[in-house]
Design a binder for this molecule. Structure first.
Ligand code: HEM
Length: 480
């Protein structure tokens, strides 16, 4: 326990619930409303109960600091999260215990952050253009599905240098099946672990087996290749621990899937909501289009253009404030921990909800209003530290945060340059908080093609920087 025996502690306020089931039904019906009610009725730290388990909702910048940063080592990912995620994600960064996590993050992070950012920007622009060029003027497209195609295409190229969307791509097909299994496990209120022989579990197990066969075959192919592509898989294959031990095949598999899984669904969700919000706020949309036309004309965006497209990034960030793709994440106390005058008992599950935190009026005045000006450089600098939490915080902060901003920024401007999307009457999207905060079902939007941009030269072949040449740096900062 990290407190002195004499320190005063007070009881954590409890949200009223129903006899026996507590707040289970409310969570199932509308978990976002449950979080908001917990904050409204209990304050910064409140307890609700799901299926007999107490969950502590921590909803202040002070609690983010205390739990995720100052006492981060005393909290692990929850048993529940690890039990449904480990069959697919193994002991990769997302699922690892703190002890496993430390050497692995140290090994991967420095190489990952300096990974060819320029090439990533070119990939993002090229993949987005390919998807948008399939849309004809006047057509209605499912923006949610199309954004998944964009981000799957981007992560497939960054990680494996492959078109995982190609119908014949065995790896892409195996990944897609495994993702479905993962989604249904993650969304179950009371999950049955993968050992239970339910039809869904059997399908999930078969999908994982197929994925592993395909993945290890790809790894063997890579090892045998004379010249390997300079992608994230290669970066993982060349990783070594601080004592010089090379990374093992199983760890490569785990870390690659840990980049693939969160690497596309989240960004696709943020992009989908961005276009919904833009369509609902024509004045913001007009300003974005003016910026894009002014800076790019008909040219494809490059990494160097991004600092001159600040408003687009503000739109993307403000979208993730209102619709944070990871709307909740959890931790479990390993010992009794005192935080700000309360004791979180060993085993307690703590919930952080960026959705609820981002709606605190004292951090973001008039919080329901979509206002990209909140992220102008001056106003962003004035935000309380950790009030904006789309990527988490502390030693388990998202390792892909800069890539996510880069991909989102590039995809947004590439699409804005080519099309204007408008809402379809009667098709108002509803939030569906599953693994991510996605729009329920489809997100139909009408396409109006804009100018025909000048033909672009083909993107450069993937290559490492020449000896002595510094790789282009990420415009969103140097480290997490
Ligand atoms: C808009 C896009 C994204 C959002 C909102 C997002 C959000 C998050 C959040 C909130 C966490 C922390 C979870 C926790 O503390 O329990 C996380 C972790 C992680 N994310 Fe992302 N993510 C995004 C994109 C990406 C991308 C593109 C990658 C690809 C590399 C990625 C890879 C990871 C990994 C590996 C972790 C675990 C990090 C660790 O524990 O060391 N994410 N992400």
């Amino acid at each position: 326990m990290n407190r002195s025996a004499a320190s005063p502690t007070s009881r954590v306020p409890r949200l009223p619930g129903r006899a026996l089931i507590g707040n289970t039904w409310e969570f199932k019906r509308d978990r976002l409303a449950l979080f908001s009610r917990t904050f409204a009725e209990c304050g910064d730290l409140g307890v609700y109960t799901i299926a007999g388990q107490d969950l502590y909702l921590a909803n202040s910048v002070e609690l983010v600091h205390e739990i995720l940063i100052r006492n981060g080592g005393l909290f692990e990912k929850t048993d529940r999260f690890r039990s449904f995620a480990r069959p697919l994600l193994g002991d990769g960064l997302l699922t690892a215990t703190n002890e496993q996590h430390k050497p692995n993050r140290r090994m991967i992070q420095p190489r990952f952050h300096s990974a060819a950012v320029k090439t990533s920007a070119d990939i993002a622009a090229r993949v987005t253009r390919t998807v948008a060029d399939r849309w004809s003027d006047g057509a209605v497209v499912d923006v949610r599905r199309e954004m998944v195609a964009v981000t799957l295409g981007i992560v497939g190229q960054n990680l494996f240098s492959r078109d995982v969307l190609g119908e014949a791509d065995e790896l892409g097909n195996a990944l897609t099946d495994a993702i479905h299994g993962f989604d249904s496990q993650a969304s179950a209120l009371i999950p049955l672990t993968i050992e239970w022989p339910t039809p869904a579990n059997l399908r999930y197990r078969r999908a994982i087996e197929r994925l592993e066969r395909t993945f290890y075959a790809l790894l063997a192919e890579r090892r045998a290749a004379v010249r390997r592509p300079d992608d994230w898989l290669n970066l993982l294959m060349e990783s070594t621990y601080e004592d010089g031990t090379p990374i093992g095949d199983r760890q490569i598999r785990d870390e690659a899937l840990n980049m693939f899984m969160p690497g596309h669904e989240t960004t696709a969700t943020a992009l989908s909501w961005s276009f919904h919000l833009l369509a609902e706020h024509p004045e913001v949309y007009d300003r974005l289009l003016a910026e894009v036309d002014d800076v790019l004309g008909g040219r494809m965006p490059t990494l160097e253009d991004l600092p001159r497209l600040p408003y687009a990034l503000q739109v993307f960030k403000e979208t993730m404030r209102l619709y944070p793709p990871v709307y909740m994440f959890t931790r479990q106390a390993t010992v009794d921990v005192e935080v700000l005058g309360h004791v979180l008992p060993a085993g307690a599950a703590v919930v952080f909800s960026p959705y609820t935190l981002h709606r605190r009026a004292d951090y973001f005045p008039d919080p329901e209003r979509f206002d990209p000006e909140r992220f102008s450089p001056e106003r962003e600098a004035g935000l309380p530290r950790h009030a904006y939490l789309p990527f988490g915080a502390g030693h388990r902060v998202c390792i892909g945060n800069h890539h996510a901003l880069l991909n989102g920024h590039i995809a947004l401007v590439t699409l804005a340059q080519r099309v204007r999307l408008s809402s379809v009457p009667g098709a108002s999207p509803v939030m569906e908080p599953m693994v991510t905060l996605r729009p329920r079902g489809s997100l139909p939007m009408r396409v109006e093609r804009r100018t025909t941009p000048a033909p672009d030269s083909p993107p450069p072949a993937r290559e490492s920087p020449a000896p002595g040449e510094t790789p282009a740096t990420c415009p969103y900062g140097g480290g997490s």
